[in-house]
Design a protein around this ligand. Structure first.
Ligand code: AMP
Length: 213
């Protein structure tokens, strides 16, 4: 059966950062599915998908399930490598589509408080080219200001990291995404919660342990 690990949690919970740290320490090959990065790329290439997604993203809303399921489910089923999914599923409809396709993931739920999310959104910058996240504070500062350590791309603020849109994204998370955890538990999916509030190494170690089990 297809091996899929779902990274779950509020926007700004640190899913992308933990994932990037883990990938630097492993030789294992994974297919990384980041719907947010796929959509941002589609926007910068001005594709039909990108144009459809833009208004939802700028308002901090989720892109409708039919669009998301169409671009994601087949890709998961066809992958020969284990998959790590950052940001899918985010609704009951997406999770049901996943379970109906016979995909039973392992879920890693990164917990953070709302005030941490708001602070992180203010400090976050991302690579325009590869999506790698950085911070304007010392937590994950790029080696050269404004330049991605990984690909040399230009770093910028995300348009949806403003305080208003971040609050909206938190509301959407609680209303539409959080119930997915219960659906998974009802379907006997393993859900592991990691507290990712602090900046200590604990969360990093716990995540790496789960990924090699
Ligand atoms: P992210 O980079 O994961 O924070 O996602 C950025 C934005 O992309 C979200 O606020 C949504 O507008 C959209 N998006 C990402 N993943 C999904 C998803 N699974 N379902 C619907 N919209 C999504």
């Amino acid at each position: 059966m297809q091996s899929v690990t779902v990274l779950f949690g509020k926007p700004g919970a640190g899913k992308g950062t933990r994932l990037s740290e883990f990938l630097e320490t492993t030789d294992k090959e994974f297919k990384i599915l980041s719907v947010g990065n796929l959509l941002r790329q589609a926007r910068s290439e001005r594709t039909e998908l990108g144009k459809k997604a833009a208004t939802y993203m700028d308002a901090g809303l989720l892109v409708p399930d039919d669009i998301i399921n169409e671009i994601v489910i087949d890709g998961i089923c066809e992958s020969s490598e284990p998959i790590i999914s950052d940001g899918f599923p985010r609704t009951i409809g997406q999770a049901q589509a996943m379970l109906e396709a016979g995909i039973k993931p392992t879920v890693v739920d990164f917990y953070v408080d709302d005030d941490v999310v708001l602070e992180r959104a203010q400090n976050r910058i991302v690579c325009e080219n590869c999506g790698e996240p950085y911070t304007t504070n010392e937590f994950k500062h790029p080696k050269v200001d404004g330049i991605c350590d990984k690909c040399g791309g230009h770093l910028c603020k995300r348009s949806d990291d403003s305080p208003e849109v971040t609050k909206n994204r938190l509301d959407v998370y609680k209303r539409e995404t959080l119930p997915v955890l219960n659906l998974f538990k009802e379907n006997h999916v393993n859900v592991y919660t990691i507290n990712n509030d602090n900046k200590s190494e604990d969360a990093k170690i716990q995540f790496a342990k789960l990924m090699v089990e």
